[in-house]
Design a protein around this ligand. Structure first.
Ligand SMILES: NC(=O)c1ccc[n+]([C@@H]2O[C@H](COP(=O)([O-])OP(=O)(O)OC[C@H]3O[C@@H](n4cnc5c(N)ncnc54)[C@H](O)[C@@H]3O)[C@@H](O)[C@H]2O)c1
Length: 341
């Protein structure tokens, strides 16, 4: 079978990781094209990854005949438009999370995706492709911990990146902490329980950088949720973990509990020195989810080759954005928000 020819849009923090994986770590595909607004990023793709065709216009790339599929890793506000354009031009589409920032825009996009069932569409919730999360999911499905009563999630970026985030946030819109970060945990809660969220109450605090108040952004936020079967979820999202990239999930059930990444350990090395006993932590998302990013890209390519649709779809994109927006509304209005059916 011929290699699937992929074009990537966005070669920033995450785009470079995906581009590297598609060029060298994923079988059955070839990274033939790249699109970015940054000249040096395109030069990097050509020189380091052997990408043959580079574009500064997404529209040109998506209309060209040198690709069969697109990998969208541009800023979140572009995703919906770019998904629709690719679908309408006959390309298979992978897009990073979130699918979109507005519910109506996502619904419009979902309709276009549904009109092209022969093209693969996949949304990038890579934690579902992490081996530990898959193991935990199987245990839940096998009834090992009984009925789920509560899920607790931490998703906190390292403080190392906070200063540059503050500068970015004063002039740009990330979508907000819940849509940008907590959305991974929102997806995990839906995935593990198979339930939708009924009610949310969200709070937050800016302590290290109070100026984030003016930007309408949050350094640390928390949300409490009630699901349709009364299962509870507690989510903590943040951008200020001093020790590294802290992702942790705990699932409580009637017969037991599961905890994924109690401490986000980098490897099996323990350092013993004058500071005590130290276990190094993962420092960023490309390190913690290195394998998961490769596995999700492999799944996208396999779906195209095997003519099937992946498990993470546009409905997951719609529901997760709805829940994240409800968290933001709850924080903004200081009130409990009931999700519309
Ligand atoms: N799955 C995860 O854990 C995870 C982690 C980080 C980022 N993300 C998602 O990935 C996306 C990108 O994030 P990032 O941090 O890599 O962004 P970034 O700002 O570092 O990079 C953005 C890239 O998009 C390009 N770009 C911007 N506008 C464009 C346009 N109109 N046409 C073509 N190219 C354009 C830029 O040139 C740049 O290459 C976001 O949607 C974010 O939510 C997901």
């Amino acid at each position: 079978m011929n290699n699937i020819r992929v074009g990537i849009v966005g070669l920033g923090r995450l785009g470079k990781v995906h581009a590297q994986n598609l060029a060298t770590g994923v079988s059955g595909c070839e990274l033939t094209a790249a699109c970015s607004l940054v000249e040096t990023e395109l030069a990097f793709a050509q020189k380091n990854l052997g990408v043959k065709h580079t574009f500064s216009s997404y529209e040109e790339m998506v209309k060209s005949s040198v690709i069969d599929a697109v990998f969208i890793v541009s800023p979140s506000g572009f995703h919906c438009d770019q998904v629709r354009l690719a679908m309408e031009n006959g390309k298979h589409v992978f897009t990073e999370k979130p699918l979109g920032l507005e519910v109506e825009d996502i619904k419009k996009t979902q309709k276009v995706i549904e009109e092209h069932p022969e093209q693969v569409f996949m949304l990038g919730f890579m934690r579902r492709y992490d081996e530990s999360y898959q193991y935990a999911k199987k245990m839940v499905e096998d009834g090992e911990i009984g009925e789920i009563t509560l899920i607790r999630c931490y998703g906190i970026d390292p403080s190392e990146g906070l200063e540059s985030f503050v500068k970015f946030a004063m002039n740009n819109d990330s979508g907000g902490l819940f849509l940008d970060m907590a959305i991974h945990d929102i997806d995990l809660v839906r995935w593990f329980t198979g339930q939708e969220v009924d009610q949310v109450w969200a709070i937050g605090k800016n302590a290290a950088y109070p100026e984030l108040d003016q930007a309408g952004e949050l350094e640390t936020g928390a949300a409490m949720m009630s699901l349709s079967d009364k299962t509870m979820a507690l989510l903590v999202a943040g951008r200020n973990a001093a020790h590294g990239y802290h992702v942790e999930t705990e699932i409580m059930g009637t017969k037991g509990m599961l905890r994924v990444a109690q401490a986000p350990e980098k490897n099996l090395v323990t350092i013993m020195n004058d500071q005590g006993i130290i276990r190094p932590c993962s420092q960023n998302f490309p390190e913690r989810f290195r394998e998961a990013f490769i596995r999700e890209a492999q799944e996208f390519i396999s779906c195209i080759q095997e003519k099937r649709q992946p498990a993470v779809n546009a409905e997951d994109g719609l529901q997760s954005t709805k829940i994240a927006l409800a968290c933001q509304e709850s924080f903004d209005t200081k009130s409990l928000v009931q999700l519309k059916k």
